[in-house]
Design a protein around this ligand. Structure first.
Ligand code: HEC
Length: 197
C-alpha cells in the first residue's frame, strides 16, 4: 500500500469510528446516570430564555395552581434548530425555574409582582430513542420543590402527572409556545431578536 492509500484507509477508519461513537451517544445536551435519571443541567442559565409567566396568589384566591412566577429556558443548539426549522429536535431540553412573588412595590416603577425566591426547578427532554412510548417522546422531571433539597438527578415522572396537560393544551409539540414570544418570533425564520426592516 502506498502512502496515499494508507492515509485514506486510516482516515476512513477514523471517520467510521467517529460515526459509531456519535450514534451511541444520547442526542443533545441531556445527560443521564446509569439508573436512567436526568442529571441536572448545570449551565441552563446560560441558555436561551424564551418567556416568563405570572400567576400571583392574590389573583387566585390566595393559592395559584402554579408557582407564582415561572421562567423557561431552552438549550442553545435546540434553539438554533428551532430557529432554522420551526421544530423541536430530538435532544431538546427545556428548563423551567419557579420563583415566588417578593416585593409588590417598585422603586418608582409602579406596583406589581417582583421576583422573590427560587422555589422550584423542572425540566423536559425530547428523545425518540430513550422515550419511544412517551407522548411526543417528551419526558418530564422535577429537581426542586420547596422544603426538599435540590437533587442532582431526577427520574422521569408519570405521563398523567405532567405530559397529559402539555399534550392537551400546549401549542407546538407539547411545548407552550403560545406563551414564549422568543420562540414565536424566531420560528423557522433563521433570525433572532427584534428585526428592523
Ligand atoms: C395543568 C397543566 C400542566 C401540568 C399538569 C404540567 N404542566 Fe408544565 N407547563 C404548563 C404550562 C401552562 C406551561 C407554560 C409555562 C408556565 O405557565 O409555567 C408549562 C411549561 C412547562 C415547561 C417549560 C417547557 C414547555 O413545555 O412549555 C416545563 C419544563 C414543564 N412545564 C414541566 C412540567 C412538569 C415536570 C410537570 C409535572 C410535574 C408539568 N410540567 C405538569 C402546564 C402544565
Amino acid at each position: 500500500m502506498n502512502l496515499k492509500k494508507q492515509l485514506i484507509a486510516s482516515l476512513s477508519g477514523l471517520i467510521f469510528s467517529a460515526a459509531v461513537i456519535s450514534s451511541t451517544l444520547a442526542a443533545g445536551v441531556a445527560e443521564f446516570n446509569d439508573k436512567g435519571e436526568l442529571l441536572l443541567p448545570k449551565d441552563y442559565r446560560e441558555w436561551i430564555m424564551v418567556g416568563t409567566q405570572v400567576t400571583p396568589n392574590e389573583l387566585n384566591n390566595g393559592k395559584a395552581p402554579f408557582t407564582e412566577i415561572r421562567t423557561v429556558y431552552i438549550d442553545p443548539e435546540s434553539y438554533a434548530h428551532w430557529k432554522k426549522t420551526g421544530e423541536f429536535r430530538d435532544g431538546t431540553v427545556t428548563v423551567k425555574e419557579l420563583v415566588s412573588v417578593g416585593d409588590r412595590k417598585g422603586p418608582g416603577s409602579g406596583n406589581g409582582y417582583f421576583m422573590g425566591d427560587y422555589i422550584g426547578l423542572e425540566a423536559s427532554v425530547k428523545d425518540s430513542q430513550r422515550f419511544p412510548n412517551e407522548p411526543g417522546n417528551w419526558a418530564f422531571y422535577i429537581f426542586y420543590v420547596p422544603g426538599t433539597p435540590l437533587v442532582a438527578a431526577a427520574k422521569n415522572l408519570p405521563t398523567a402527572e405532567c405530559a397529559a396537560c402539555h399534550k392537551d393544551n400546549a401549542q407546538t409539540d407539547m411545548v407552550y409556545t403560545q406563551f414564549y414570544p422568543v420562540l414565536r418570533a424566531a420560528k423557522a425564520t433563521g433570525k433572532s431578536g427584534v428585526v428592523v426592516e
